[in-house]
Design a protein around this ligand. Structure first.
Ligand code: ZN
Length: 392
């Protein structure tokens, strides 16, 4: 176990208290393995979530960054879903409506496979620099036609040659343990300029706390934010939050910020009392929800029903491994062809394409992200399948 943190990495406060503990979960939930055996033997570590009473930040106090290898084959890309692609296009167009980026320099920290930067370049004419240790050039067709460059490495302000006009960071902050230091690094990259726009998209933990959504808690996510704690992190780093809201079925925090000129806080930032109450009730809530889903799956399996999970990503891995579900789930489905034919860490389930359901029709399909429920229902209907269809 990593050395336990007793202070909040966001604000430095010692007023932190445990709200959730798991003895052993796979250290990577986006990775896929080539054999079931390798997948079942995948390394596990404990998780210990703490809540900061002073800023509302939630973090894994025993996280070990060196356990997570982002340079290896991670499959975080959600860009095979039409719903997610539409969302990314809409976001790029919102950015385009707020900032004139034509000919300007955009830095995307944690650009993944580079799809968003490419979309932003198409819509705004921005010059792009993407930084990500997991970037795979051959997976981005058409990038050569745009002014986009990539650095296959972790973000380090020392290696950013030119000061950016705009900084994008999507689904990355939740992977950073030392979030206070990370903000300092962004400030270094901005180099004292005040005319820089910053756009962040980060999963929201308020709903997770409220609903006991244990499948949204996994090892790679060491840092968890609400609208308020996200904004407070930026304000402590000398930035004003200029726009703040929840998107994507209220799952993601969307936040725009700029170097501070003393603008007052937005009403959305004022959530600390509400989040304190949610953190207090979370241990009982998450125990109840874990018991509900464990019983849901086990009771159907005991009746001889085939239960399938739709979503071979981190939510699926967490859903299975948090509650020790194995053979009770017959099948794991994912539309991402790069996942199919490979195995989930922890349980060793094989990931198959939707077509495999025709050969072995499921009685129940549990969808790992409710926003895809309609899309998946339509896919099943096209195959002539009408199983019990539920979402977590
Ligand atoms: Zn704090």
């Amino acid at each position: 176990m990593g050395e336990e943190l007793h202070k909040c990495p966001a604000c430095g406060s010692g007023a932190v208290a445990e709200i959730y503990r798991l003895d052993a979960i796979p250290v990577q939930s986006c990775i896929l393995l080539d054999s079931a055996e390798e997948a079942r033997d995948f390394p596990r570590r404990p998780l210990l979530l703490k809540f900061c009473d002073d800023c509302g930040f939630v973090f894994n106090a025993v996280f070990e960054l060196e356990q997570v290898d982002y340079a290896s084959t991670t499959e975080e890309s959600q860009h095979f879903s039409g719903t997610f692609n539409r969302f990314a296009k809409e976001l790029a167009s919102e950015v385009a409506s707020l900032y004139d980026l034509k000919g300007k320099k955009t830095l995307e920290i944690g650009c993944g496979k580079g799809e968003f930067l490419q979309e932003l370049a198409e819509q705004t004419g921005t010059l792009g620099l993407g930084v990500d240790p997991g970037f795979i050039p051959e997976r981005l067709p058409g990038a050569d036609g745009h002014e986009i460059r990539f650095q296959r490495e972790y973000f380090d302000p020392e290696t950013i040659a030119e000061t950016p006009d705009f900084v994008v960071c999507r689904h990355t902050l939740e992977h950073i343990p030392a979030v206070g230091q990370f903000m300092d690094d962004i400030a270094t990259a901005i180099d004292g300029r005040t005319d820089v726009g910053i756009f962040f998209e980060t999963p929201d933990v308020r709903r997770v706390l409220d609903e006991g959504a244990f499948w949204d808690i996994y090892y790679e996510h060491c840092s968890y934010f609400t609208l308020g704690s996200h904004a407070r992190l930026f304000r402590r780093a000398g930035m004003d939050v200029t726009k703040l809201y929840l998107a994507y079925d209220d799952q993601y925090i969307i936040q725009y910020a700029e170097p501070s000129t003393g603008r007052p806080p937005l009403p959305e930032e004022d959530d600390l009392d509400a989040v304190r109450a949610l953190a207090k009730s979370f241990p009982a809530k998450v125990a109840e929800i874990r018991a509900y889903w464990t019983d849901f799956v086990r009771s159907r399996h005991a009746e001889g029903k085939r239960v399938a999970i739709w979503g071979g990503g981190s939510k699926g891995v967490s859903f299975l491994t948090t509650n020790g579900l194995g053979e009770e789930v017959a099948q794991v489905i994912d539309i991402n062809p790069f996942k199919q034919g490979r195995y989930l860490p922890g349980t060793g389930h094989l990931v198959s394409g939707p077509d495999s359901l025709k050969e072995t029709p499921p009685d129940t399909v549990i969808v790992m992200n409710p926003i895809y429920l309609n899309e998946i229902g339509a896919d099943l209907a096209k195959m002539g399948l009408t199983p019990e269809l539920v979402a977590v």
